[in-house]
Design a protein around this ligand. Sequence first.
Ligand SMILES: C[S@@+](CC[C@H](N)C(=O)[O-])C[C@H]1O[C@@H](n2cnc3c(N)ncnc32)[C@H](O)[C@@H]1O
Length: 270
Amino acid sequence: MDDPLSWSADDQERALRAIAPWYDLDFGQLTEDIKMLQEFVSAGQRVLELGAGSGRIAVPLAELGCQVTAVDSSEAMLSVGQPRMSEAGVRFVRGDMRCLQLGEQFELVVFGLSTFQHLLRRKDQLAALQVARQHLAAGGRLLIDWTAPRPDDVEPSPQIMHLEWVRASRSGELVSKSVSQELALERTCGTPLDRAQPIAWLTYQYDAVDEAGMVRRSLARFPLRVNLNAGEMAGLLAAAGLRPLDWFGSWDLAPAGDGDRLIVIAELAS
Ligand SMILES: C[S@@+](CC[C@H](N)C(=O)[O-])C[C@H]1O[C@@H](n2cnc3c(N)ncnc32)[C@H](O)[C@@H]1O
């Protein structure tokens, strides 16, 4: 089994190159998290999105009148969103959220849609939270939105592909997305991974069928930190000099534990 902790920036970019062309078809219809974010920001405020991808969140916030800076390490993801980010006045920066130094402060810093789960190791999580802290203005808020722990996060299981959706692309092709999730248990050297901080391999398979019935397949396999609970996040926030203010369990702001998301709002601890 491959070692998720040997995952490199090049591996990540290769996976994202397979996902980027389908990203809007996949996530473009998702607006609930954007509506939630609007509760925490108002026109004129400075917003920093870390791991902004194609600008799915950054663009509507800029259209609302916010001054948005969108940071992502992936050229493939940024290039998908570049035209509409430019048009909406989003400043986009190619950079790593673990070591970003803009020398500016923001009223809202966001890790949206499970972006934080791309940080596999504790030192990467802490580095990214310290970056968030350094970019928070006095009185500013940090919002982190990730997938709540699920029982099957920690169950070793055979890798089964589940069909997630079938949609027509803009060019009229029929596209299907299938997903599988498999717990990573061993490193290549044989050392077990830390079961308290589990990592899963996710596979996204996009199949596009053209008019002649030919199938074009894009496959992306990448590691994600799963089963990240509120207690662990509280510890990480404290270690990074941040203090949680509120916890929610869904994009419509149900109490934490009542939904399939975990969302924390935090502020500078001092
Ligand atoms: C799940 S996507 C979310 C994109 C966007 N926030 C959204 O909600 O549609 C995660 C993004 O995080 C980016 N990312 C992962 N690790 C990163 C890092 N260390 N620095 C900057 N961006 C990173 C990926 O390139 C990807 O675009």
